[in-house]
Design a protein around this ligand. Structure first.
Ligand code: SF4
Length: 337
């Protein structure tokens, strides 16, 4: 009989780990709280830097794990430490005993309503990065005007922001803003696009090319400065105040739509499991790896492994790589017992 490995979270990390564990001869069991697999990526339209359709990745992984056991719309009620493993109790009454457990619960987007100065949930034409992706994917959104003449993107919403309780950089939102700015420009070629940033953090492969293309081929304007206030004019358009810190001048611009680049915070599901089995948490609110250089996929508890954004902000390629590493780590751990 194949050995059970419980995977908490059915996003890209959980799916990729399940695929590798199947190849290694295990019985991966995915526990996913939503009614579908793929996590945030399943809601995304295209992935940088190659503009790969996000749905293709989710579909392909889904096909590759067709033999895995998957519980959708299911959460973990409790985890007990046993002498040589864990008893995982699900909210549907199922109990699973396993010697190794993978946490792949991912992240949650920062709640943009907490940044009141940007007016999300107050003004009709303020949306988030994830709202825009849903619209790219065909979801109707009355907040998005038919022919916007001017669109703004605000970087670092809820990231690098001590007042919001998150000092870390979410790592992918600079390049996501550039990707979305290009996509908006493709849909509305006459629109002027403004990105308001503190710093541009474009470390990944081809990210810098993306930035150059956005300026050269799409005429996106990059303004270094924080948006300080958003208000609504009588015609519903947005009055945005910012400071251009390179020019050293205050700036006022009228926009038809403002997109907030909400950052990543730890999924509360991970925090809850950490409490149950005494996993270490980091100051940034994410799970703490045993060692951030050499053992990022290992926890402080025997047999508990991590993959993806449960330990911090991650790109999709990093998530996939960690999921593969975690599957190998689990295999090596079990063989060492
Ligand atoms: S990646 Fe860019 S937008 Fe995101 S938190 Fe870091 S600096 Fe801000």
């Amino acid at each position: 009989m194949k050995e059970n490995i419980v995977i908490i979270g059915g996003g890209i990390a959980g799916m990729e780990a399940a695929k590798q564990l199947l190849c290694l001869g295990y019985n991966p069991i995915i526990v996913e709280q939503n009614d579908h697999l793929g996590g945030h990526v399943s809601q995304w339209h295209q992935l940088f830097p190659d503009m790969t359709p996000a749905q293709d990745l989710v579909r392909r992984l889904g096909e590759e794990i067709s033999e895995a056991n998957i519980f959708l719309e299911t959460t973990v009620s409790y985890v007990n430490k046993l002498k040589d493993g864990y008893n995982v109790m699900l909210n549907n009454g199922v109990n699973i005993v396993c010697r190794a457990l993978l946490i792949a619960s991912g992240f949650k987007l920062f709640d943009a309503t907490k940044k009141e100065e940007y007016g999300y949930g107050v003004y009709d034409r303020v949306i988030t990065n994830s709202d825009l992706e849903a619209w790219f994917n065909g979801k109707q959104d009355p907040r998005i005007p038919d022919k916007p003449a001017r669109v703004g993107f605000v970087h670092c919403v809820g990231s690098r922001d001590l007042k919001a309780g998150n000092s870390q950089c979410s790592k992918v939102c600079c390049v996501t803003a550039i990707k979305q700015a290009i996509e908006v420009k493709e849909k509305f070629p006459d629109a002027e696009i403004y990105c308001f940033y503190m710093d541009l953090r474009l470390f990944g492969k081809k990210y810098e090319d993306f930035y150059i293309n956005a300026q050269r081929d799409f005429g996106v304007h990059f303004i270094r400065g924080r948006v300080s206030e958003v208000g609504e004019a009588i015609d519903g358009r947005l009055q945005v105040k910012a400071e251009d810190t390179l020019a050293g001048k205050p700036l006022k611009v009228t926009l038809d739509m403002l997109v907030l680049m909400s950052g990543m915070v730890c999924n509360p599901q991970a925090t809850e499991i950490a409490r149950m089995i005494h996993l270490d948490m980091d100051d940034d609110g994410f799970l703490r790896s045993r060692d951030n250089v050499y053992s990022i996929i290992e926890s402080n508890r025997p047999g508990v492994f991590y993959a993806g954004a449960c330990t911090g902000t991650k790109t999709v390629p990093e998530t996939v790589a960690e999921a593969r590493a975690a599957a190998l780590g689990i295999d090596a751990y079990l063989k060492s017992l």
